[in-house]
Design a protein around this ligand. Structure first.
Ligand SMILES: Cc1cc2nc3c(=O)[nH]c(=O)nc-3n(C[C@H](O)[C@H](O)[C@H](O)COP(=O)(O)OP(=O)(O)OC[C@H]3O[C@@H](n4cnc5c(N)ncnc54)[C@H](O)[C@@H]3O)c2cc1C
Ligand SMILES: *[C@@H]1O[C@H](CO)[C@@H](O)[C@H](O)[C@H]1NC(C)=O
Ligand SMILES: *[C@@H]1O[C@H](CO)[C@@H](O)[C@H](O)[C@H]1NC(C)=O
Ligand SMILES: *[C@@H]1O[C@H](CO)[C@@H](O)[C@H](O)[C@H]1NC(C)=O
Ligand SMILES: *[C@@H]1O[C@H](CO)[C@@H](O)[C@H](O)[C@H]1NC(C)=O
Ligand SMILES: *[C@@H]1O[C@H](CO)[C@@H](O)[C@H](O)[C@H]1NC(C)=O
Ligand SMILES: *[C@@H]1O[C@H](CO)[C@@H](O)[C@H](O)[C@H]1NC(C)=O
Ligand SMILES: *[C@@H]1O[C@H](CO)[C@@H](O)[C@H](O)[C@H]1NC(C)=O
Ligand SMILES: *[C@@H]1O[C@H](CO)[C@@H](O)[C@H](O)[C@H]1NC(C)=O
Length: 593
């Protein structure tokens, strides 16, 4: 899909410049490489002459090699470097000096940027829903909507983690990069109407996952500047940590001479296309750890020869270990949005308020402002046509051409159609699951992913419940007082929006059939996809890959369900938690942690 042109970007640039001015009061280092241990991949001095795959213990051998400098990979690398040499390999660039990444107001610009150097790599699942993967140091935390909220205690119990260490690991993250949001007016209106419709009690500002309505944390500071997992690297030990950006791992190298295959190193390409090999030191407890995300990690396992045998053989990948479960159990929480027009422009907000209902749905809100129709190209909350989040074209019809036609059509709409906010509804734990398959052996290409949205009737049932609730919220006095539009004007604008494809409010809120169709036709993603390497199927409870040695997985691919209302807090916490666990297991009391 084509990118927004220069003229349309003008408004964004003005905002961006004004943000740079106000944000420069912060005390961070905004250079591309603020840490001495961070370098471009091409700086890696490869001992390419050593053809042996057994580790040499030389310059290029590490106690831990982490594949993917994302949400989990950064805190994990920082933690392990306390006592061991760590090499962190990230395929994307640095986030620090990238304005598309750094400012709240640019949220959808990075997502709409489809160039090969973009911090976001778009993918379309076979369901037809347009989605995004991070391709930048910091991973999802560098391109996401920033909402920060912990998992429920029952989630922590279910996955069997040590609750005390969990409770120590969250604050380790929070102290460094999490902020209390300044509540936007739209978020306040939705908060109050959530309470009106019975999503109570009000739990105030809290990171905890509890029933009712609350305000969560954010990784954006009061200047709208983003703080990412990459900043957690500052807690690393600079003597033992090496971080390479533009380092795309091609595959894991195994020593297959023993009883079980043993991971010994990785092959990666630098930004010039040169190939390098990095090795583990030859000690029993050194490890490769995959933190490449729910798409990247199952893909990397399969490219390295671990996965369903027949599928690997089809692509001539030599099989290291047959495991039919790799890439299975993929899930994405469906999201549906309702657009609520307002009389006056609305301040931009991503997500600050959440309603945790007892019906298996979460209600969140987002808003954008629009002084002119041009500004839709800058701000439309977290929902925008430019990133393919069409709310009226059914998934499989969301072609690049359809998106362009939709954007064009939007320009002819009255300005009223661009002032307003969204009410978002997310299914907490989808029962519909899917799978991931390789389509080729190029790691730069997306594999084929299927999520099967609403295949399970319980998911559809919950979506209908959530939409009903959202529509009650739209009509609540807190919202109508805020939108300042009389009942008739609201109906009129909604109707205009319907015919012009801004929104599709079902005519009969009590007609289950049409609400079900609404759910299917307007399904988009909140980017919380997970799974592909489940515990018990692909990894052990300690996250060691089953059937091979020295290989572990620490990221969202191990989840059966997405933790909390939004997952990033728990994914970062998991990076810290697993790092501390590994240090304690290996060093005992001498870990000093
Ligand atoms: C647009 C968007 C909005 C979101 N909004 C929110 C929100 O508001 N709140 C919230 O809690 N969650 C949000 N999320 C979800 C959350 O950000 C993700 O679930 C989380 O970041 C996933 O973490 P991860 O460590 O599993 O993967 P990632 O953070 O994606 O990390 C994987 C890393 O591995 C790298 N990688 C992959 N393959 C290779 C390779 N071969 N070689 C080297 N490196 C590789 C990638 O470039 C990436 O940096 C959002 C996500 C997106 C995309
Ligand atoms: C910021 O980082 C750069 C690159 O490492 C370094 O040269 C510079 O001194 C740092 N500045 C501050 C203020 O720390
Ligand atoms: C930011 O996004 C714009 C628009 O998509 C793109 O042209 C530009 O190259 C991006 N900048 C960076 C640093 O990626
Ligand atoms: C961890 O924190 C949660 C919520 O803050 C609390 O409910 C729980 O009891 C704590 N668990 C331990 C073991 O401290
Ligand atoms: C696999 O190898 C065979 C034999 O060399 C070849 O005919 C086939 O095209 C290869 N398939 C792929 C997908 O590369
Ligand atoms: C809405 O506005 C009316 C008129 O100003 C006021 O009486 C009423 O209390 C407001 N309702 C709420 C829920 O704020
Ligand atoms: C919606 O608008 C169309 C055309 O503008 C009009 O014919 C129709 O009566 C309107 N419907 C409602 C419910 O207002
Ligand atoms: C819709 O359903 C609600 C709750 O089930 C009920 O109170 C209301 O009267 C119904 N409205 C119509 C128009 O049938
Ligand atoms: C590990 O690192 C910590 C923090 O630097 C230190 O206190 C501890 O002594 C180290 N342990 C060993 C065994 O080196």
């Amino acid at each position: 899909m084509a990118l927004v042109g220069a003229v349309k970007l003008f408004f964004c640039l003005v905002l961006w410049l004004s943000c740079i001015l106000s944000c420069s009061q912060g005390k961070q280092n905004f250079s591309e490489f603020p840490y001495p241990f961070m370098k471009r991949a091409s700086s890696f001095s490869s001992s390419s002459s050593s053809s042996s795959t057994s580790s040499s213990g030389g310059n290029n051998a590490y106690d831990y090699i982490i594949v993917g400098g994302g949400t989990a990979g950064c805190p994990l690398a920082a933690t392990l470097s306390q006592n061991f040499s760590v090499l962190l390999l990230e395929r994307g660039g640095a986030p620090f000096s990238n304005a598309n990444v750094s400012f709240l107001g640019n949220f959808h610009i990075a997502l709409a940027d489809t160039s090969p150097t973009s911090a976001s790599q778009a993918f379309v699942s076979t369901d037809g829903v347009i989605n995004a993967r991070a391709r930048v140091l910091g991973g999802g935390t560098s391109i996401n909507a920033g909402f920060y909220t912990r998992a429920s205690s029952s989630f922590i119990n279910k996955v069997g983690w040590d609750a005390k260490l969990v409770n120590e690991s969250y604050p380790w993250v929070e102290k460094q990069i999490v902020h209390r949001p300044k509540l936007a007016p739209w978020q306040r209106a939705v908060r109050d109407s959530l309470l009106d419709v019975g999503v109570s009690p009000f739990n105030g500002f809290t990171y905890d996952h509890v029933y009712g309505t609350k305000i969560g944390g954010t990784i954006f500071d009061r200047f709208g500047r983003r703080h990412t997992a990459a900043e957690l690297l500052a807690s690393g030990n600079p003597q033992k940590l090496s971080v390479l950006v533009h380092a795309t791992v091609q595959k894991i190298v195994f020593d297959t001479s023993g009883k079980q295959p043993k991971a010994v190193g990785v092959i990666f390409k630098d930004e010039k296309g040169e190939q390098h090999q990095a090795l583990l030191v030859n000690r029993p407890r050194s490890e490769i750890i995959l933190s490449s995300g729910a798409i990247g990690t199952p893909q990397m396992l399969m490219l390295s020869g671990i996965g369903p045998k027949a599928e690997l053989q089809k692509l001539n990948i030599s099989v290291v270990l047959d495991n039919e479960f790799v890439g299975k159990g993929m899930a994405d929480n469906p999201m549906n949005a309702i657009f609520v027009p307002t009389k006056s422009p609305v301040q931009q907000s991503l997500i600050q308020t959440v309603g945790i209902t007892k019906k298996g749905v979460y209600i969140e809100a987002s808003s954008g402002f629009g002084q002119s129709s041009d500004s839709i190209h800058c701000h439309h909350g977290i929902v925008s046509a430019e990133i393919g989040q069409l709310s009226t074209i059914p998934p499989k019809q969301r072609t690049p051409e359809a998106i362009q036609a939709y954007i064009k059509g939007k320009r002819d709409l009255p300005h009223e159609a661009f002032k307003g906010g969204f009410i978002l509804e997310k299914i907490a734990t989808p029962f519909s699951i899917g799978e991931l398959r390789l389509i080729n052996t190029n790691v730069d290409d997306n594999p084929s992913v299927t999520f099967n949205y609403f295949k399970h009737p319980y998911d559809l049932e919950r979506c209908v419940e959530g939409i009903r609730m959202a529509m009650t919220i739209v009509q609540s006095e807190h919202v109508t007082n805020y939108t300042q539009l009389g009942k008739e004007s609201v109906e009129k604008i909604l109707n205009v929006s319907v015919s012009a494809n801004v929104n599709f409010i079902p005519r009969h809120p009590n007609d289950t059939t049409s609400l079900e169709q609404f759910c299917k036709d307007t399904v988009i993603t909140i980017w919380h996809y997970h799974g592909g390497c489940h515990v018990g199927k692909v990894v052990s409870p300690e996250h060691n890959v089953l059937g091979v040695q020295r290989l572990r997985i620490v990221d969202g691919s191990t989840f059966n369900e997405s933790p909390g209302t939004n997952p990033q807090a728990t994914v970062m916490m998991m990076g810290r938690y697993m790092g501390v666990k590994i240090l304690r297991d290996r060093l005992g009391r001498n870990a000093g942690i």
